[in-house]
Design a protein. Structure first.
Length: 130
């Protein structure tokens, strides 16, 4: 099972979401930024590394707020660990995505998110998290 750390980056009551490019797996789907936890790496360290690589920011990673295990139809399994990020240093720079947007929580369900994220998106939109 692939281990992933992702950030729920909050600014002015909006969340940062990112759209995959057409060349990535599950093209053009929206997701929360983050990535694979390498062997021996702590999840928070992985998230800090991924946010620096993908967005050019140095994040202050807060508490884990959700953990989701999901098996895709193709058999791929993932465990996603979501951490709140309320502060970061640096200007956001889109280094790998088709698009990045700040979105109000109630608007999240309007975006075509990865299947594994859908329950979390519903909970965020309903105000159950954060």
């Amino acid at each position: 099972m692939k281990q992933v750390a992702a950030g729920l980056i909050v600014r002015d009551s909006k969340l940062l979401i990112c759209q995959r490019t057409k060349h990535q797996p599950m093209p053009l789907k929206w997701e929360f930024p983050g990535g694979k936890i390498e062997h021996g790496e702590q999840p928070t360290d992985a998230l800090r590394r991924e946010l620096e690589e993908e967005l050019g920011i140095h994040a202050t990673v807060g508490d884990e707020v959700a953990r989701i295990k999901h098996v895709y139809r193709n058999g791929g399994a993932v465990e996603l660990r979501f951490f709140v990020v309320r502060a970061f240093v640096g200007e956001l720079e889109n280094r790998i995505f088709k698009d990045v947007r700040w979105v109000a929580r109630e608007e999240l369900p309007a975006y075509d998110f990865l299947e594994a994220d859908l329950g979390l998106v519903r909970d965020l939109a309903a105000g159950k998290l954060l």
